[in-house]
Structures are given as structure tokens and as C-alpha cells.
Design a binder for this molecule. Structure first.
Ligand code: C2E
Ligand code: CA
Ligand code: CA
Ligand code: CA
Length: 278
């Protein structure tokens, strides 16, 4: 038994070591990646569930790592947050996504009313240059604020409520919409919702996944949608994979949706061939 214990300890240690090495490597690589712009953005279409019309895209960053290949955000966003590189990364994504949307609006006639959704991290809201950066990007790309939706999570709202209210008000005054991502999974910010210039609630994939299997989740989704309409917000369901989920969401009155059932996040070239017409 002692031998076994020893072995499992050794194994565990080796595993931790590998994980730490990976993390350390990724950390150093991340600095270089920002310099060398190794990031790309994939775009996931968002639809109006009433008439199936395309309403916009969510920008989702990926890292084209020189040796590891395509790395997904769940792996490197936490590292970028810990190392405080996230604000630089998100600023890059913001600029790139606005540039792409401005390009699509100029080149495809069916694009003028489409919106680009961009994810922000908590640290971005704590940065004083956020508004300056946004203004610079709007000026340089020529994209109007009304074409942009910023996605933030609930937990970001309660960190420093006064400051958050102030920043969100500045964002709102640029006609940029604000969406609460992963709604229902974090700390409840129900107390603050009415104080904030929020336009939209995103129903987390975890609720959508279980929508037919568990009655309880159906009630959660139902409650979020009811809350949205009470507060005069729209709702977007994420992670719709099956026709039954779509049916149920429509039945419950959810207005917008995205998910593999419609499309995975795609490269700009694939978005153009599949969703935009000249
Ligand atoms: P999120 O904002 O909740 O984005 C939705 C995630 O669900 C995306 O994962 C998307 O690819 C995935 N997804 C969409 N439809 C389906 C579906 O039908 N089924 C399943 N199983 N998954 C679906 P992704 O691209 O890996 O991004 C993960 C998270 O990383 C995002 O979650 C977001 O929190 C964060 N993230 C992505 N891009 C950025 C960024 O530019 N800045 C920041 N700060 N965070 C980002
Ligand atoms: Ca999001
Ligand atoms: Ca989400
Ligand atoms: Ca999510």
C-alpha cells in the first residue's frame, strides 16, 4: 500500500509539474502572442427566433499557437486575466471585431443593421482607458456605436457598483448596447439591474442544454425571459443545439438565439460564404 501511495504521489506530482510547465509556457507565450498578433477571431451568427433573420455576430477569440495549434479561450483567458494581459487582448479583439463589422457593412448590403457582440472581462471595466479606447476605435473604424453590443458577466456588476454605473452610462451614451452574459449562473445582480443601462440578458448554455430534461431548468429559463420583458430587456439564448430546445425557447418567448443548431463560430471567410450575400 505504501508503494502504491508513493507511486500515486509521484504520478500526481508529475502531473502537477506538467500542468505548471504548460501554464508557465503559455504565460510567456502570451506576451509574445500579443506582440506578434497570433490571435484570430471567429464569429458566431445570432438570429431572431421569430423570423429566422440574422441579427449579428458574437466575436470569439482564438489563439493560433505556433506549436500547440488552435487554443480556445477557456484555456488562455484565465491566464490572460491573472497576468493582467487581458485588457490588451480585449482591446485588440474590440478593434479587430469593429474593423471586421465596418468592412462587412460597407461591402454587403444586408449588413447595415447587423450588430457585433464583444466580450469584456472584469478588468476591462476597471481600466480608466476603456472609454478612450472605445472612442478611438469608433473613430478609426467608422463603426457606429449602435452596431456594437458589449457582453459583461453578472459578477462584474457588483465589484464596484458606483464605478460600474458610471462606466456603463458612458458606454450607453455612445449608443452601444449592454448585454449580461451567462445570466443566472453568477451572483444575482437583481438589485442592480434596474439601476444599470442594460439592454439584454443572455441565457446561459447550461440552462438551454437541460431545457427538455429537467422541469426546473425550464422554469429558470421561463423566469429569465419573464424578467427580461418586465424590465423591457431582450433575451438571447446561447448554446442551442437541438430543434426541441429551439421549439421550447420560442414557446417561452425568447426573442434571439445562437448555437451549433444554426452555426458554430466561423472564420470571416466562412461567414461571408455562408451568411452574407453581395
Ligand atoms: P461565452 O461568452 O459564454 O461564449 C459562448 C461559448 O459557447 C463560446 O465558446 C462558443 O463557441 C460556445 N458555443 C456556442 N454555441 C454553442 C453550442 O451550441 N454548443 C456548445 N457546446 N458550445 C457553444 P468559446 O468560443 O470557446 O469561448 C469561451 C468563453 O471565452 C466565452 O464564453 C467567453 O467568456 C470567453 N471569451 C471568448 N472570447 C473572448 C474575448 O475576446 N474576450 C474575453 N474577455 N473573453 C472571451
Ligand atoms: Ca459571450
Ligand atoms: Ca455566454
Ligand atoms: Ca457561457
Amino acid at each position: 500500500a505504501k508503494e502504491k501511495e508513493h507511486n500515486s504521489y509521484k504520478f500526481f506530482n508529475a502531473m502537477m509539474h506538467t500542468q505548471m510547465l504548460n501554464r508557465l509556457t503559455l504565460e510567456t507565450d502570451l506576451y509574445k502572442a500579443l506582440e506578434q498578433e497570433e490571435f484570430i477571431i471567429h464569429y458566431q451568427p445570432v438570429f431572431d427566433l421569430i423570423d429566422d433573420a440574422l441579427v449579428g455576430f458574437e466575436a470569439l477569440v482564438r489563439w493560433q499557437h505556433p506549436t500547440h495549434g488552435l487554443v480556445f479561450p477557456d484555456t488562455f483567458i484565465p491566464i490572460a486575466e491573472d497576468t493582467r494581459l487581458i485588457t490588451r487582448l480585449d482591446n485588440w479583439v474590440f478593434r479587430q471585431a469593429c474593423q471586421q463589422m465596418a468592412h462587412w457593412q460597407q461591402n454587403f448590403p444586408n449588413c447595415s443593421d447587423l450588430k457585433i457582440s464583444i466580450n469584456l472581462s472584469a478588468q476591462d471595466l476597471q481600466t480608466y482607458d476603456l472609454i478612450d479606447n472605445i472612442d478611438t476605435i469608433l473613430t478609426q473604424t467608422g463603426l457606429e456605436g449602435r452596431s456594437i453590443i458589449i457582453e459583461i458577466t453578472e459578477s462584474m456588476l457588483i465589484e464596484d457598483i458606483e464605478k460600474t454605473v458610471d462606466i456603463l452610462a458612458q458606454i450607453e451614451s455612445r449608443n452601444i448596447q449592454i448585454s449580461i452574459d451567462d445570466f443566472g449562473t453568477g451572483y444575482s445582480s437583481l438589485n442592480y439591474l434596474h439601476r444599470l443601462p442594460v439592454n439584454n440578458l443572455k441565457i446561459d448554455r447550461s440552462f438551454v442544454t437541460q431545457i427538455q430534461e429537467e422541469n426546473r431548468n425550464c422554469q429558470v429559463v421561463n423566469t429569465i425571459i419573464a424578467l427580461s420583458s418586465q424590465l423591457e430587456l431582450t433575451s438571447v439564448a446561447e448554446g442551442i443545439e437541438r430543434p426541441q430546445q429551439l421549439q421550447k425557447l420560442k414557446q417561452l418567448g425568447c426573442r434571439f438565439g445562437q448555437g451549433y443548431l444554426f452555426s458554430k463560430p466561423l472564420s470571416p471567410a466562412d461567414i461571408e460564404t455562408n451568411f452574407l450575400s453581395r
